[in-house]
Design a protein around this ligand. Structure first.
Ligand SMILES: CC(C)(COP(=O)(O)OP(=O)(O)OC[C@H]1O[C@@H](n2cnc3c(N)ncnc32)[C@H](O)[C@@H]1OP(=O)(O)O)[C@@H](O)C(=O)NCCC(=O)NCCS
Length: 189
């Protein structure tokens, strides 16, 4: 039987190597009325500037108020196309403990419903264990964000409670996820 490999999907640190695809992706988000990165939206038209700031934030340098040290990752298909972006916050503040958590992600609009959100979340959980030594992570989502809630559940999320967002006034669901993979997590993925 002939081998039929699927696309390669890798977690990568943002870099200039995918500059053209990055601008295509930013345009795609804007066309969809969304932002790829609300925190750094003004920098998205110049990738080198954006990368410098991303790197500073990863090192904890000149952090904006309320923002903690965090590492950004791209999920990249076949070394050519950015299909999703995830952020791993290195620690929680009381505000992030309520809403935000350790992990956030967004999937490029044209790449949704293909399993990339689930895969990216799984890889970020591994990074939390391997890079930061965390035994569990908090992930939160708007309670009406069915896709995100499903991603968290498929990654072994254990529902903690629902709170009301200080920002939107909407219900937010909070989940804790063990960073040690279990057979049932692997099976669900
Ligand atoms: C939410 C989001 C990350 C989902 O990413 P995705 O790559 O489409 O998710 P997946 O393909 O891995 O799907 C995971 C599950 O959610 C379901 N799902 C995804 N989007 C859904 C939607 N809009 N409505 C209902 N179910 C949805 C999928 O069917 C799948 O369920 P299944 O395994 O039972 O079939 C993506 O829509 C997105 O980036 N949205 C904007 C940003 C955002 O909301 N980020 C999360 C903040 S907490």
């Amino acid at each position: 039987m002939q081998d039929c490999p699927g696309p390669s999907l890798t977690l990568q640190l943002p870099s200039l190597a995918l500059e053209e695809d990055f601008y295509r992706m930013v345009r795609e988000y804007r066309k969809a009325g969304e932002s790829y990165d609300t925190l750094l939206e003004p920098l998205l038209d110049h990738l080198p500037t954006y990368l410098r700031r991303v790197d500073q934030i990863a090192r904890g340098i000149s952090l904006p108020v309320g923002i903690v040290q965090q590492t950004l990752f791209w999920l990249v298909r076949d070394d050519k196309s950015i299909v999703a972006m995830g952020r791993l916050r290195h620690y929680l503040t009381p505000a992030l403990e309520k809403e935000g958590g350790h992990i956030g992600y967004t999937v490029r609009p044209s790449e949704r419903r293909k399993g990339y959100g689930t895969l990216l979340c799984a890889l970020l959980i591994q990074e939390a264990r391997n890079r930061l030594g965390l035994s569990r992570v908090l992930i939160t989502c708007d309670s009406d964000n069915i896709g995100s809630a499903r991603i968290i559940q498929k990654n072994g999320g254990c529902f903690e409670n629902e709170v009301i967002s200080d920002w939107s006034g909407k219900p937010v669901s909070r989940f804790w996820v063990s960073t040690t993979p279990t057979p049932s997590t692997i099976y669900r993925l």
